[in-house]
Ligand binder design. Structure first.
Ligand SMILES: *Cc1c(COP(=O)(O)O)cnc(C)c1O
Length: 513
């Protein structure tokens, strides 16, 4: 039995389960000629399309308004979200997004301005960008920040392009970038995109970068070292000062992947660690919503030496108020640096800037520090509670996330993927699995500061139960998981190799058979 019916949960007459509705595609529901609105017939207008007018029907589904509303509400009810429950991904920081942020981001003075408006009409919006930039510099202890990058990966690109520009300006062509083997995939991808050769540095038995191996790989052809701190094993790189020293002694720049800044915000300033450039994920550290392809925001803080090469445009404050430096000639007439140009069309993700500043100002200095402390405390609580039932990869205090490997599943017939799928039946989004690659069968989870002890206890209880069931020989629970979700385990290989991305109307010949 491999048909689609096999992937569905146990049959009901309607296909619905409890009050969760089975929902066909919107195209499968449409009927020709049905419409949700009553529009007047278009008047006779001239044809301005020349020979380019469409010849056939457009193929939109015909639906009434209630059908459309129900369709999207039913889909939304199947969509697990941070507002519905704990979202235990590791390396992604899925935390509560305060409603206050949403409220201020929707104020018309922020939400309805256009990037091409005259700057005299958007002084408040520019002031907000400038103020947020100020606090990012204060929190990181860095003198400059590029605000425009649209995500963490985009920030990495900005950082390495800035480093490349600075090196080229010195006539110092370097061709290698060192990246630890535990790094997020965006790090080597970014270095490769900037035409650098990526050289992986191994981790040591403590889950940190191997300092001796790093020193050995450093040389006059190394442009930068990209380090994540806290790293993707959830550990603080405690030799970071020595790393910075070695990197600088080799004439290279020290790039930090700051996606995990939420674990140290208010506690450590990256500028004090010798870091030259670091992106911040506003959508991880400062609570702006993300996931599902939603907008991210990845400002990059820079040391004084790199600052002149930062991308355009940027906000400046002078005696006439706030202004944008938008072109190379603006920049040279201001007697400033030599930017490599733009990373994107305009100055960045305005809505995310508003949310991030709202989060910072509502928390204050003490609150932001507490964000880091509680995130770390919660991860260590999860580790302490589960250490006897699951295998903790690096059994020492962790930072904001905890890494398990699949040793505890040895000889159970259950893989870490099966285990993650069984979490769905328990009402949890699966944790991150098989990342980072430095341990066998990884499960990485980050509870964040926004979970209560009760919520953590329910999560811990479920994972403990699942670990014990696996060890007790109940492999069936896992291999067929999820059993209770509207859609059962997918054939992921087939989905990846033969993705069906487009709906086509059923072939009338086939339908007549
Ligand atoms: C999330 C993440 C990134 C990439 O950030 P995006 O905003 O998703 O592009 C890079 N590195 C690490 C360690 C991350 O966790």
């Amino acid at each position: 039995m491999n048909g689609p019916a096999d992937r569905r949960a146990p049959a009901t007459h309607s296909g619905h389960r409890g009050l969760v509705m089975e929902e066909p595609l919107i195209f499968e529901q449409g009927a020709a000629g049905r419409c949700g609105v009553d529009l007047p017939e278009p008047g006779a207008g001239g044809d301005r399309l020349g020979g380019l007018a469409r010849k056939g029907p457009i193929g939109l589904p015909g639906l009434s308004e209630p059908q459309v509303v129900r369709h999207y509400v039913r889909l939304s009810q199947k969509n697990y979200s941070i507002d519905a429950g704990l979202y235990p991904l590791g390396s992604c920081t899925m935390k509560h997004n305060p409603r206050l942020n949403e409220k201020v981001a929707r104020l018309p003075g922020f939400a309805d301005v256009h990037p091409l408006q005259p700057v005299s009409t958007v002084q408040g919006a520019l002031e907000l960008i400038h103020t947020l930039a100020h606090w990012l510099k204060v929190l990181t202890g860095m003198p400059a920040v590029a605000m425009s990058p649209a995500a963490g990966a985009h920030g990495e690109l900005c950082g390495l392009m800035t480093i490349r520009s600075a090196l080229e300006a010195k006539g110092d062509a370097r061709e290698r970038v060192l990246v630890p083997d535990s790094a997020h995939g965006t790090n080597p991808a970014t270095a490769a995109l900037c035409r650098y050769r990526v050289d992986a540095v191994p981790s040591n038995a403590r889950g940190r970068i191997d300092l001796a191996a790093l020193k050995q790989k450093l040389g006059p052809d190394v442009a930068a070292v990209m380090l994540t701190n806290p790293n993707t094993c959830g550990l603080f790189e405690d030799e970071v000062l020595e790393i910075a020293q070695a990197v600088h002694a080799a004439g290279a720049y020290f790039y930090c992947d700051g996606a995990n800044f939420n674990a140290i915000v208010g506690k450590v300033r990256p500028g004090d660690l010798g870091i030259d450039a670091m992106h911040l994920n506003l959508h991880k550290t400062f609570s702006t919503p993300h996931g599902g392809g939603g907008p991210g925001s990845g400002p990059v803080v820079l040391c004084a030496e790199l600052a002149p090469y930062a991308p355009l445009p940027y906000v400046v404050h002078g005696k006439d108020g706030f202004a944008l430096v938008e072109t190379a000639s603006d920049q040279s007439s201001a007697g400033e640096g030599r930017s490599y140009g733009r990373m994107r069309s305009f100055h960045g993700q305005m809505g995310m800037f508003v949310r991030a500043l709202a989060f910072m100002l509502s928390h204050g200095a003490d609150g932001l520090r507490r964000v880091a402390e509680d995130a770390v405390l919660n991860a260590n609580y999860v580790m302490a509670q589960l250490k006897d039932d699951m295998s903790v990869s690096y059994p020492a205090p962790c930072m904001h996330e905890v890494l398990f490997d699949d040793t505890f599943l040895k000889d159970t017939g259950v893989t870490m993927l099966d285990f993650a799928k069984a979490m769905i039946d328990e009402g949890f989004h699966p944790a991150t699995v098989y990342f980072p690659l430095v341990v066998q069968g990884a499960l990485l989870t980050e509870p964040t500061e926004s979970e209560s002890k009760e919520s953590l206890d329910r999560f811990i209880g479920s994972l403990r139960f699942l670990a014990r069931q696996a060890k007790a020989g109940d492999a069936g629970r896992f291999i067929n998981a999820p059993r209770l979700a509207p859609t059962r385990r997918l054939d992921e290989t087939r989905a990846a190799r033969h993705p069906v991305l487009r709906w086509r109307p059923p072939d009338p010949a086939e339908a007549a058979e």
